[in-house]
Design a protein around this ligand. Structure first.
Ligand SMILES: *Cc1c(COP(=O)(O)O)cnc(C)c1O
Length: 386
């Protein structure tokens, strides 16, 4: 069996060979626990973690002490949001986020609502961007945290992070951003963007699954966080648990490669995406979801009217690995909350495809996928119209 073409890079990416090579020694001879301060094995692992921490910090213009390793962006988001709520509840109990955030942001906020916090879920405009005036109007004297993602995982839209950061800084409100999709793909600078907390993950940029980080600002202002995992007091007490040396080393390598090749790689992704879009526009009744230019280079998200979304996915499955306009949370399939927030009907949200183009995709693959999608959609639209 031929494996389908992989175009689901917002879900995860394969580990880059260079990343794997960097990781391997830390599974084998250099397997020590970085917290073992009494012998060589510990020092060796500790040195590797230290170097990785510096690389990751530099990549976002932070300092190494501001990087807290976590199991991924889900945990980083939980630590940021619940950690701030617990540490600052005496200052206020109101927080602001956006309807199109990842569930790893929305669910911690929903949990906090159950504890008595108030959360404003900002709507988005039809292009997926928030309205800055509406955002400013939502700020209250008791607002303690704003959380807005840098790049959306479904429609690729890039929110105006610098402007949001400036508004938060002026009002002395902490600003968290989920950058799981943005790291390595667009420049991120926690100083110029006034970001106080930033969630990162490795597996969307050719690192391993199960490793991520939370940037926590230490100066101007110093952010306090209530830890969510208690134990040996690792990561300056903010996140206990033995550090995963191989994953951490690989995470740093993945960021290093992504940043070194960012311009070239994003240019290639943009070319492929533009070609795919040009081909798909041959179709009638196709809608581009999200802002046409203010989006990740490798992201294309489209909806088809007059079509059964499930039939489309079934027909494309053997050819291409893509994601549909539905979110499979546990067992049930619901229409994507992101597409619904753009104002789509349920039917249109179901009849949607997210293409995530990455480092290893080729022009020929895009051409093959385009041919299949055009052919399949035409035949399905024909069926429904007759
Ligand atoms: C993938 C993703 C997450 C979850 O990250 P994990 O490291 O898999 O926990 C969170 N937010 C966004 C925007 C993502 O794309």
């Amino acid at each position: 069996m031929q494996r389908p073409i992989y175009l689901d890079c917002h879900a995860t990416t394969p580990v880059d060979e260079r990343v794997l090579e960097a990781m391997l020694p830390y599974f084998r001879e250099s397997f020590g626990n970085p917290a073992s301060v009494g012998h060589f094995y510990g020092w060796e692992a500790e040195a590797a973690v230290k170097l990785a921490r510096e690389t990751i910090a530099n990549s976002i213009n932070a300092t190494p002490e501001e990087i807290i390793f976590t199991s991924g962006a889900t945990e980083a988001n939980n630590l940021a949001i619940k950690g701030v709520a617990e540490a600052y509840h005496h200052k206020g109990r109101h927080m602001i986020t956006v309807q199109t955030e990842h569930n790893a942001v929305l669910d911690p906020f929903a949990y906090l609502e159950s504890l008595g916090f108030e959360v404003t879920y900002l709507p988005v405009q039809s292009d997926g961007l928030i309205d800055l005036q509406q955002f400013e109007a939502a700020i209250r004297p008791d607002t303690i945290l704003v959380s807005v993602m840098a790049a959306n995982n479904e429609i690729g839209v890039l929110q105006p992070i610098t402007e949001i950061g400036q508004i938060c800084r002026d009002r002395q409100i902490l600003f968290h951003s989920d950058a799981a999709q943005a790291i390595g793909k667009i420049p991120l600078d926690v100083m110029t963007m006034h970001i106080d907390l930033l969630s990162l993950t490795a597996h969307k940029i050719y690192g391993a699954k199960g490793i991520g980080a939370l940037y926590v600002r230490r100066r101007n202002p110093r952010v306090n966080l209530a830890p969510q995992l208690h134990g040996g007091g690792h990561e300056r007490g903010m996140r206990s648990g033995t550090l995963y040396t191989p994953q951490i080393v690989g995470f740093a390598k993945a960021i290093e490669i992504a940043i070194a090749s960012q311009v070239e790689e994003q240019k290639q992704a943009l070319n492929l995406r533009q070609h795919l879009w040009q081909r798909l526009r041959e179709l009638d009744y196709i809608i581009l979801n999200g802002h046409p230019t203010q989006r990740l280079a490798g992201n294309l998200n489209v909806s088809f009217s007059n079509i059964n979304g499930q039939a489309l996915m079934l027909a494309l499955q053997p050819i291409v690995a893509i994601s549909s306009g539905s979110a499979c949370t546990s067992a049930k399939t619901a229409p994507s909350h992101v597409l619904m927030a753009l104002g789509h009907s349920k039917e249109l949200a179901y009849a949607s495809i997210r293409f995530g183009i990455g480092r290893f995709n080729t022009f020929d693959e895009i051409e093959t996928v385009a041919n299949h999608v055009v052919m399949t959609v035409r035949s399905l639209q024909h069926d429904t119209l007759n």
